[in-house]
Write a protein that binds this ligand. Structure first.
Ligand code: NAD
Ligand code: IPM
Ligand code: MN
Length: 322
């Protein structure tokens, strides 16, 4: 029995995740789905956004489908998604950006770097410790190399080694591993890389980078394909896996049935792929493509279809191809 944990989270998570869950249920009527109600909404109701038992429950699933959670900029609030990534040791955050003539896979280190959680706020100074470890770097670059070998065989290392010693460390480990594996590689400063990805997306295959740089680069690169409504992600560890759109809870558009569910649907496709159903993943991706080609689009892409209507069209397209 395949069990999928469903975390809608907050904001548009409540709208896009039901669409993605429905697509999974059509492709796999035998899947069992169970909700896990973590997020800011839970915090408002109970004062606790995510309990230890929620983490334990997530660990019982074969995979997690996750919407987005609101992270208010409050002093002592811990982001639920960051807690889950750390607790499940989901060290590889894979963010594909694929369009006409280019196919980029951003491999973001997901457990350390500037997200170490080692922070201090004093009256006149606040610090965050940027931690880059040998083990953390080794495992993320190995994941990136494995992907590059299955794809076009090209690795780009994004860093800021001109300024940060921690990135000299990161870059050198990445280069050593790429040479050992015989993968063709280059490296670029992350600021220049961010522009070059937009100007020459066809030049890139797999990009490996540290946590915060991967966070920013993936939002930037979403511009290539029409924005945040379209980019999915996989958070993968050695034992657990969680799939979520790159976008957040988008409170500015929440509750209006206008959010684009494609990022959530594509995240569901990545989930299928991870569970070994490559065919189902391709079917779902092509159903999305078919609906877009028919001119049905949500507002962010210049159309007028609602979240649910777009989702229904994808379900119909899946049915036609069955
Ligand atoms: P956001 O990604 O939620 O939204 C940025 C902009 O993109 C907004 O204008 C929004 O309307 C638009 N957008 C996002 N998704 C869309 C979609 N599917 N369809 C159409 N338009 C879409 O980022 P934000 O506004 O900076 O953050 C809002 C909240 O979400 C914050 O609390 C933030 O911390 C949180 N967040 C959570 C996650 C996560 O849970 N993984 C990721 C990013 C942000
Ligand atoms: C993302 C988000 C998260 C991150 C936030 C909400 C903690 O921006 O998944 O891209 O910074 O990783
Ligand atoms: Mn982000």
């Amino acid at each position: 029995m395949t069990r999928i944990a469903i975390v809608e989270g907050d904001g548009i998570g409540h709208e896009v995740i039901p669409v993605a869950q429905k697509a999974l249920a059509v492709l796999h009527p035998e899947y069992e789905f169970f909700p896990v109600g973590v997020g800011y909404g839970r915090w408002e109701q109970t004062g606790c956004p995510c309990a230890d038992r929620d983490i334990a429950e997530l660990k019982t699933a074969d995979a997690v489908l996750f919407g987005a959670v609101t992270t208010p900029p409050m002093k002592d609030y811990q982001s639920v998604v960051l807690r889950i990534r750390k607790a499940l040791d989901l060290y590889a955050n894979l963010r594909p950006v694929k369009g006409e003539g280019f196919d980029i896979m951003i491999v973001r280190e997901n457990t350390e770097g500037l997200y170490s959680g080692i922070e201090e706020t004093g009256p006149d100074r606040a610090t965050t410790l940027r931690v880059v470890t040998r083990t953390g770097t080794w495992r993320i670059v190995r994941a990136a190399i494995r992907l590059a070998q299955q794809r076009q065989g090209k690795l780009t290392i994004g860093h800021k080694a001109n300024v940060l010693k921690s990135d000299v460390f990161f870059r050198d480990i990445c280069i050593a591993e790429a040479e050992k594996a015989g993968v063709s590689y280059s490296d670029k400063f992350i600021d220049a890389l961010s522009l070059d990805v937009l100007q020459h997306p066809q030049a890139y295959d797999v990009i490996v980078t540290t946590n915060i740089f991967g966070d920013i680069l993936s939002d930037v690169a979403s511009y290539l394909i029409g924005g945040l409504g379209l980019v999915p992600s996989a958070n993968i560890g050695d034992r657990y896996a969680l799939f979520e759109p790159v976008h957040g809870s988008a409170l500015d558009i929440a509750g209006k049935n206008i959010a684009n569910p494609i990022a959530a649907l594509r995240s569901a496709a990545m989930l299928l792929d991870h569970l070994g159903d490559t065919k189902g993943a391709v079917r779902l991706e092509s159903a999305i493509g078919q609906v877009l080609a028919s001119g049905i689009r949500t507002r962010d892409l210049g159309g007028s279809a609602g979240t649910r209507e777009f989702g229904d069209a994808v379900i119909r397209a899946l049915g036609q191809r069955a």
